[in-house]
Design a protein around this ligand. Structure first.
Ligand code: ZN
Ligand code: ZN
Length: 163
């Protein structure tokens, strides 16, 4: 089941508040989707579709989400500038509060608006972005580029005189 067709990837991960089970009456809902990296329309993330699994429930208008995200994304090595694939898994909880018009804002929480739609995509984008290494390296011992001729030393020594 690893090789799912890419066509099955979705671009949205939105939940309508009145369709989310209320903890006081029911248990949580679980979801499992393959989220296309194209869902992040700012182009900040490229690579294989993300595997997103989780649970969602609410208590009144407060929505509780747990997600586990598996990613395999393209990154540029800071030393040799080659594109390589970084894999990782993030697990996180979030609490989405309803944003009341003209009311209080809650900077420490995720929020959703008057349309009653909880969109998980921006939150998942942040999760993955903060999980990615700040200084990506294609390998721990990547030798990088020659400071003189700029050749990629990973592909072998350049012709510059040593020393
Ligand atoms: Zn490198
Ligand atoms: Zn050189």
């Amino acid at each position: 089941m690893q090789d799912r067709p890419i066509e099955s990837a979705v671009l949205e991960l939105k939940f309508q508040i009145d369709r989310i089970p209320d903890q006081r009456r029911a248990t949580e809902d679980s979801f499992s989707v393959v989220l296309s990296a194209d869902a992040f329309d700012d182009g900040s993330l490229r690579g294989e579709p993300l595997q997103v699994e989780g649970t969602i429930s609410r208590h009144g208008t407060e929505v509780n989400v747990f997600s586990r995200v598996d990613y395999a994304l393209d990154q540029v090595c800071v030393r040799c500038l080659e594109i390589f694939c970084t894999r990782g898994t993030v697990r996180e909880y979030a609490h989405f509060l309803h944003r009341k018009q003209g009311g209080e804002t809650y900077p420490e929480h995720e929020q959703y608006g008057d349309n009653g739609q909880v969109d998980l995509v921006p939150w998942i984008r942040e999760l993955v972005l903060t999980d990615l290494p700040e200084y990506p390296l294609c390998s721990e011992d990547c030798p990088g580029l020659c400071p003189v001729c700029g050749e990629n030393l990973r592909k072998g020594a350049c012709r510059c005189p040593v020393g």
